[in-house]
Design a protein around this ligand. Structure first.
Ligand SMILES: Nc1ncnc2c1ncn2[C@@H]1O[C@H](COP(=O)(O)O)[C@@H](OP(=O)(O)O)[C@H]1O
Ligand SMILES: CCc1ccc(OS(=O)(=O)O)cc1
Length: 295
């Protein structure tokens, strides 16, 4: 069902009540049929939670800190995006099928929409969560510049859209809860954007161990330095400058925008903050997850 159809606006469809880009919905049969492999590592995030950051960290670990090898392709082309479908480009599924093993793949899908073979093959999942308030802010600016997603409208309008879960990939609350609740029953490393920001070396070490790699301290230090916000913003292979303007218009807002914890304070009114806190309490009631919203 189309949620947005006005003019030439990109539209959202739905799968099992979750809004998704219409092109993803059109390709749903192929996406669900993706054959996972037991040695796949799947990077899972809600949009704007630090996907690109963790992708670069994972790639540098996989390449044992060899910075030149990570320059082989733009980050959006290194790890197939499962549900990406924009014909005539090859779909994420087609790219995944063509990729040699062991594969690193990425998705924004909520756990309940993952192709079933990922559970059957007992794959590794690396989930990165970011606090909801900064996610909302980052997603708002991203929708302003992303031509494949609906225009977000004003800040006040988008605030309502986000809390009602009517954004692509659905409700932040349900996404984070769904993956969090699975963390002990599958092979999952669950990380927080804010922890990577606060202590990147410690969090990168966790990723390294999870990937079964053993890199020495000097290599770890290189990975920490190469994945700072400033370095990745200046790096054409991570800053999305290679993405066509028809997809990402960075003259509106850069992909590497601020990369901080707490930018929500520059956007939320006092009333919005109080309302958000109340909605958060209701929707996250009963979970043990704890987010930090300032460093
Ligand atoms: N190395 C890094 N350090 C901190 N934040 C980073 C980062 N690389 C990307 N980001 C931030 O992660 C968000 C993008 O997430 P994703 O890759 O999931 O789309 C953006 O947030 P902001 O819009 O708050 O700046 C971006 O700036
Ligand atoms: C969140 C969906 C999305 C859409 C387009 C993107 O751009 S890129 O093709 O990966 O550069 C990224 C994410």
């Amino acid at each position: 069902m189309a949620l947005t159809t006005a003019g030439t606006q990109p539209s959202l469809g739905e799968v099992a009540g979750i809004p998704l880009p219409a092109t993803t919905v059109d390709n749903w049969h192929q996406i669900q049929g993706l054959e996972a492999q037991p040695d796949d590592l799947l990077i899972c995030t809600y949009p704007k939670s630090g996907t690109t950051w963790i992708q670069e960290i994972v790639d540098l670990i996989e390449q044992s800190g060899d910075v030149d090898k990570c320059q082989r392709a733009a980050i959006q082309h290194r790890h197939p995006f499962l549900e990406w479908a924009r014909p005539p480009q090859p779909s994420g599924v087609e790219k995944a099928r063509a990729m040699p093993r062991p594969r690193v793949l990425r998705t924004h899908l909520p756990a309940q929409l993952l192709p079933p073979s990922f559970w059957e093959c007992k794959c590794k999942f690396l989930y990165v969560a970011r606090n909801a308030k900064d996610c909302l802010v980052s997603y708002y600016h991203f929708q302003r510049m992303n031509r494949t997603l609906p225009d977000p409208g004003t800040w006040d309008q988008y605030f309502e859209t986000f809390i009602s879960g009517k954004v692509a990939w659905g409700s932040w609350f349900e996404h984070v809860r769904g993956w969090w609740e699975l963390r002990d029953s599958v092979q999952m490393l669950f990380l927080f954007y804010e922890d990577i920001k606060r202590d990147p070396k410690q969090e990168i070490q966790k990723v390294m161990k999870f990937m079964g790699k053993n890199l020495d301290g000097a290599v770890l230090d290189t990975i920490v330095q190469e994945t700072t916000f400033e370095k990745m913003k200046a790096n054409p292979m991570t800053n999305r400058s290679t993405a066509p303007k028809t997809v990402l218009d960075q003259s509106i807002s850069p992909f590497m925008r601020k990369g901080i914890v707490g930018d929500w304070k520059n956007h939320f009114t006092v009333a919005q903050n109080e309302r958000f806190d109340e909605i958060y309490r209701q929707k996250m009631k009963g979970t043990s997850i704890n987010f930090c919203t300032e460093l």
